[in-house]
Design a protein around this ligand. Structure first.
Ligand SMILES: Cc1cc2nc3c(=O)[nH]c(=O)nc-3n(C[C@H](O)[C@H](O)[C@H](O)COP(=O)(O)OP(=O)(O)OC[C@H]3O[C@@H](n4cnc5c(N)ncnc54)[C@H](O)[C@@H]3O)c2cc1C
Length: 439
């Protein structure tokens, strides 16, 4: 008999479970299905470098078909679950629905940006979670530099050259650091903008940044960034956003046309449709073996699960945790179907080395009690990422990007028109346009 194992979500957690099960289970013993809404895995730790142009955007994603050896990839959304019948419902991009039976179900749906009802936020701010966000922000920085260099209006220059990031987790801090470093290098081509000067502000509600890593390393990263003139405001919240300003809780109104919202993540809201127990934050409740509470054959991990941290509390939403939880889920499913260990194993990872990228060839990191900074930290982080990026072709492409960018200056092409085909109608050219409007 072949067991049906269905994995919902193909990010770090789901793809690693699939790969590990492919290696552990004999082909005839299990049918593996991985359901994901897109056909690639986004390697988020390198997203800030894609935004800064150090890496080609396509090189920070790996097609799931390259990662999987025999699991059946279904491009669809899991949107229904019947635990009694042991089935999940999926909806494909064509709109067709299908019901898939399972013997074991793995939930690995990840997270989305946390949203708060702040006036103007949804209209005027952007997030930083997807490849589209990264490409947009790079173009936005280049466009603001170009316009600030061209205008004679000092107030407009203020708005264009002030960049506000809200939320000091990995995503916000690394995105700000990489983009500021990119803009600082690019400035040599924009003498009038350079004379005016830029302002980069990080607004963080808590009294520290980088809650995902230990305080010492977080403080070290803050010191580095403040040394570069970046204004890091702890204990401060965003109150309102308009097209030309961001008001913050200190009473200040920052003139800006770029507000990046990176104030944490929440579990994927699609989990609410799946009849599994959720905690107060919407994360799937699991025990230390990553089995969903009260369910014999449903497992959850990664950002969408409330996994007990062996060090106390629950695990932070990091890729490092997701990829280490995956072999535990795989081993426990194998054990449940009579392969490998007799009893389930517990998740025991306590965190190890951590690195924070702060720009091209700049990073801080800690291994054990040793802190590293500058190029050595950047190089160590690259070595780690090289070992983690799935697929040999993406590893090589990323290494080539890093090497090729060494002797050359930054690429300043503004490619905001990508994905928007040109128009055929000559009247549009007469009006000064050449592309179809976005969306
Ligand atoms: C900019 C940025 C930088 C980061 N840097 C780091 C870092 O340096 N180090 C680190 O450890 N972590 C980092 N993280 C955090 C890390 O990305 C997450 O912790 C990690 O992605 C979690 O993995 P996951 O598999 O649980 O979720 P995800 O990687 O989000 O994958 C979930 C997948 O499931 C899909 N999905 C969701 N719902 C459904 C559904 N109903 N049906 C089908 N598919 C579905 C999603 O589209 C997605 O493909 C960073 C995050 C960001 C945004």
């Amino acid at each position: 008999m072949a067991w049906n194992i269905v994995i919902a979500g193909g990010g770090f957690a789901g793809a690693t479970v699939a790969r590990t099960l492919e290696a552990m289970l004999p082909r005839q013993s299990a049918r593996l299905s991985l359901v994901n809404d897109v056909n690639f895995l986004l390697y988020t730790p390198l997203l800030p470098e894609a935004a800064a142009g150090t890496l080609e955007p396509r090189h920070v994603v790996t097609p799931l078909r390259d990662i999987l050896k025999r699991a059946n990839l279904r491009i669809a959304v899991v949107d229904a679950h019947d635990p009694a019948a042991r089935t999940v419902g999926i909806t494909k991009h064509t709109g067709e629905s299908e019901t898939i039976p399972y013997d074991h179900l793995v939930l690995a749906e990840g997270s989305i940006s946390r949203f708060l009802p702040i006036p103007g936020l949804s209209e005027h701010a952007v997030g930083f979670k997807s490849l589209a966000d990264a490409i947009y922000l790079r173009n936005q920085v280049i466009e603001t530099l170009e316009t600030a260099n061209a205008t004679e209006d000092p107030d407009l220059r203020d708005q264009l050259l002030t960049y506000v990031f809200v939320g000091g987790g990995y995503a916000g801090l690394e995105a700000l650091a990489e983009l500021q470093d990119f803009a600082a290098d690019a400035m040599e081509h924009y003498p009038r903008a350079r004379l005016h000067g830029m302002r980069w502000v990080l607004v963080e509600a808590a009294d520290r940044v980088l809650p995902e890593i230990d305080q010492g390393l977080a403080d070290y990263a803050v010191k580095e960034l403040r040394g570069r003139g970046i204004d890091i405001k702890h204990g401060t919240t965003l109150e309102e956003v308009t097209a030309t300003s961001a008001s913050i809780s200190t009473g200040e109104s920052l003139p800006t046309r770029t507000v990046v919202w990176t104030a944490g993540v929440v579990p994927h809201p699609g989990l609410r449709k799946l009849h599994v127990p959720l905690d107060e934050r919407g994360k799937v409740k699991v025990d230390s073996c990553l089995r969903v509470e009260g369910m014999e054959n449903v497992w959850a991990l990664g950002d969408c699960a409330s996994v007990p941290d062996p060090g106390g509390g629950v695990c932070p939403p990091t890729a490092q945790h997701a990829v280490r939880q995956a072999p535990v889920v795989a081993a426990n499913i194998a054990s449940a179907i009579g392969i490998g260990a007799d009893s389930p194993i517990e998740f025991e990872y306590r965190g190890g080395a951590a690195f924070v990228n702060l720009g091209r060839y700049k990073a801080v990191g800690r291994i054990g009690n040793h802190n590293f900074r500058g190029f050595p930290a950047w190089w160590m982080a690259r070595t780690y990422h090289m070992s983690q990026i799935p697929g040999p072709s993406r590893k090589i492409r990323a290494a080539v990007d890093w090497t090729v960018s060494l002797p050359f200056s930054r690429d300043l092409s503004e490619l905001g028109s990508i994905g928007r085909p040109g128009v055929l109608d000559p009247e549009t050219y007469e009006r000064g346009g050449s592309h179809r409007p976005a969306g």
